[in-house]
Ligand binder design. Structure first.
Ligand SMILES: Nc1nc2c(ncn2[C@@H]2O[C@H](COP(=O)(O)OP(=O)(O)OP(=O)(O)O)[C@@H](O)[C@H]2O)c(=O)[nH]1
Ligand SMILES: [Mg+2]
Length: 242
């Protein structure tokens, strides 16, 4: 790390019904961040989860401290895209890390994201399931096919220069993330993809870290036909406009 600037990493955790997962993910983040010595904060954006996620978050804040656990809840489920925007507004770090709270993204990778970023001063570092030791665990054939297919189609149509387009485990320079979010209009699954496509369009540099992605153990998964249609429409939109 350079000695003139002290980097701080704001880790955004959007949650909706993650009461079983939250204590474990927080424990793991604290463990790996403490071990590697980076300065950080965890911003939890809970959207009125009926399962008591926010109450669990309040307990965790008491354990780990208000400087480490920041709570920025919203009244109701308003979606992931705006949850990120809401989180960024409250972030005090110069870097933002976005990850899911359902244990699909293992916090052990965060120090790797940071080291890769530092090695080439990348604007964005993206976790990838499709390089090196990366992979997917716990998905059935249909879901693997959808994910691979979506990625393959997008690679073909948009040539984005990143191997995993729909993943959501990423590190961004804060200023870059703000610009990217402003320029993105997609919602849902397409949002992550648009972010990386726009990043390339603006000539931002993208580093990659192979990650093993583990399917959620607790809680409901929601991938269905409507998500697939939404994705296909979004892809065509991006193909037509970039
Ligand atoms: N604040 C907020 N968080 C959300 C919302 N929808 C999902 N999340 C959280 O965003 C992260 C990713 O959502 P997931 O439900 O895991 O989406 P996914 O990984 O595509 O699908 P599954 O894991 O298969 O259910 C998780 O931490 C969720 O709790 C929302 O509307 N608001
Ligand atoms: Mg998930």
């Amino acid at each position: 790390m350079t000695d003139s600037v002290k980097n701080k990493y704001s880790i955004l955790l959007p949650t909706y019904n993650e009461v079983e997962n939250l204590p474990i993910i927080i424990w793991l983040i604290v463990k790996y961040m403490t071990k590697s010595g980076y300065d950080y904060e965890i911003i939890i954006i809970d959207d009125g989860s009926p399962d008591g996620t926010l109450e669990a978050a309040e307990q965790l804040q008491k354990i780990y401290g208000e400087d480490k656990i920041v709570l920025r809840p919203r009244e109701r489920k308003l979606g992931l895209g705006t949850a990120y925007i809401h989180g960024i507004k409250h972030a005090t770090g110069n870097f933002i890390i976005i990850m899911d709270a359902d244990l699909s993204h293992h916090p052990k990778y965060i120090p790797e994201f940071i080291q890769i970023q530092e090695s080439k001063n990348y604007d964005v570092v993206s976790g990838t399931r499709y390089l090196g030791n990366g992979g997917v665990h716990g998905w059935d054939f249909k879901r693997k096919l959808v994910s691979r297919g979506a990625n393959f189609l997008t690679q073909l149509l948009l040539r984005p220069g990143a191997s995993d387009l729909t993943g959501s485990f990423r590190l961004y320079k804060k200023s870059i993330l703000e610009k990217l979010i402003q320029s993105c209009i997609s919602k849902g699954y397409v949002f992550q993809m648009e972010m990386i496509i726009r990043a390339r369009q603006f000539n931002y540099t993208i580093g990659e870290v192979p990650i093993a992605f583990v399917d959620r153990v607790y809680g409901e998964s929601k991938l269905g036909g409507s998500e697939i249609i939404q994705f296909a429409t979004g892809l065509l939109y991006l193909f037509a406009t970039t």
